[in-house]
Design a protein around this ligand. Structure first.
Ligand SMILES: NC(=O)c1ccc[n+]([C@@H]2O[C@H](COP(=O)([O-])OP(=O)(O)OC[C@H]3O[C@@H](n4cnc5c(N)ncnc54)[C@H](OP(=O)(O)O)[C@@H]3O)[C@@H](O)[C@H]2O)c1
Length: 420
């Protein structure tokens, strides 16, 4: 099989290294030949040794080259990646991409064209770096009805929350550490606001629940509001705060999707996933529960996933065409969660404050399971409430009413609890 690669950065460089050093790996790799590699700056010093005239800045020539069977897209971004991939598919080439943003935004269009042209589009590296979650959902768990996928799919935020929990540092200090370690970008918005996790959830929903939902339609809340106080209360409740991406097929035609911080009970396997690691917890019938764990990013892990897609396509394109079956777009999308919630409220120091807040919850049929309060400053009371199971919409009504009480200064956080 002859391949063209778009991009020779972190992931592209890792892919080339594996392909140029195939001894001891899958024997199919010895039959893969790199024909051309597209980059932006041809004069840049490269860490991989290339022979001949493989590098080009003319990426259109690669996707139009009749000699090439498969295009590896590891350049990132939406354009020109989307147009180049569509052009390559129109030319009958198979596609391997690591680009979750592209699949989350244009997956439907790309997969539809691929079905039409009878080529494969594979994107194992788009979620969970080296964790083989896409192939697992598509093939290894293919006998199951998957109904729930819960993932820690963003290493940067997991690193930040782990630092806060284990080193007792503030969000700002943990973010600065993540930047210094190379886990966070100079602009961390996509990670800390849950945009990256929502894109990955869109991809997981596509392959695991056979449903197409653009990441823009997924309700998301990032981790900026998590304070040392929340971490401390979570610990006291035997929980750990994690940014989770959830897809739950509640009925055959209703999907609940959300990305937000959760208090995860420590007995749940996801609570023990620390630092920049990722994990995806899958629930299906008849298998029950499966958790996949590993490096969610980085050159080696991501290149491993990209090359596994190349091997799969080179070995069996027929099976892979089936993996691009038309996804369902008809399901209704719900942001509604039925959960226990942790709520932290700051009020003026009033003896009746906790009682009045409990009454307000009662008015909305929200039952508090536990209430604790402490004076945290001169004249300032902190009240933490854990609710019984309640629908988020019902809770929102109570929270809005409590926000209007005269002595309530701030609803500091409302976080659902994931039980073990
Ligand atoms: N890095 C990870 O750990 C990781 C993990 C999972 C998924 N991914 C995904 O993998 C993809 C690549 O990520 P990366 O970290 O390898 O990116 P990167 O290091 O920034 O590399 C991008 C490569 O693409 C080339 N490129 C970008 N835009 C181009 C354009 N318009 N024309 C020609 N060449 C262009 C660059 O050329 P020059 O070298 O000449 O600048 C560079 O070689 C992204 O979709 C990313 O989301 C990355």
């Amino acid at each position: 099989m002859k391949i063209g690669i778009l991009g020779l950065g972190t992931v592209g460089g890792g892919v080339v290294k594996i392909l140029l050093d195939s001894i001891g790996r899958n024997p199919i790799l010895s039959g893969i030949k790199i024909v051309r590699i597209g980059v932006r700056d041809i004069g840049k010093v490269r860490l991989v040794s290339l022979t001949g005239n493989q590098l080009t800045t003319q990426l259109g020539e690669i996707v139009n080259d009749p000699e090439i069977d498969l295009i590896v897209e590891v350049m990132g971004g939406l354009e020109p990646a989307r147009s180049l991939i569509l052009q390559a598919i129109n030319n009958g080439k198979h596609i391997v991409t690591a680009n979750k943003s592209l699949i989350a935004a244009h997956g439907l269009e790309i997969l539809a064209l691929a079905r039409d042209k009878k080529v494969c589009v594979a994107f194992e590296a788009a979620v969970g770096g080296g964790i083989p979650v896409i192939q697992c959902l598509q093939k290894s768990l293919g006998a199951n009805r998957i109904h729930k996928i819960t993932g820690i799919v963003n290493g940067t935020t997991n690193y930040i929350l782990s630092q806060m929990a284990h080193k007792g540092v503030s969000y700002d200090k943990a973010l600065a550490d993540a930047t210094a370690q190379g886990y966070a970008e100079a602009d961390p918005t996509a990670d800390v606001d849950g945009i990256d996790a929502a894109e990955k959830l869109s991809v997981l929903t596509l392959v695991g629940l056979d449903s197409w939902v653009s990441s823009k339609k997924i309700s998301r809340l990032g981790i900026r509001s998590i304070s040392e106080k929340d971490i401390t209360y979570a610990k006291a409740m035997n929980c750990t705060i994690k940014l989770l991406a959830n897809a739950h097929l509640r009925e055959s035609d209703n999907l609940q999707l959300d990305v937000q911080p959760y208090l995860v009970e420590n007995a749940h396997p996801l609570a023990s996933i620390n630092d920049a690691f990722n994990a995806i917890f899958i629930e299906g019938e008849p298998i029950g529960q499966v958790m996949l764990y590993g490096q969610g990013a980085g050159e080696g892990a991501t290149a491993s996933a990209v090359v596994s897609d190349i091997i799969n396509i080179a070995s069996s394109t027929a099976t892979w065409q089936n993996a691009n079956a038309e996804p369902d777009q008809a399901k209704s999308i719900s942001q509604e969660i039925n959960s226990n919630f942790y709520i932290r409220i700051l009020t003026e120091q009033k003896a009746t404050a906790a009682g009045a807040i409990a009454w307000s919850f009662g008015d909305f049929q929200v039952a508090p399971r536990a209430i604790q309060q402490q004076i945290i400053d001169e004249g300032l009371l902190e009240i933490v409430i854990v609710t019984e199971l309640v629908l988020k919409t019902k809770l929102d009504g109570a929270i809005n009413s409590i926000r209007g009480l005269p002595y309530v200064k701030e609803i500091a956080n409302v976080i659902p609890i994931l039980k073990a």
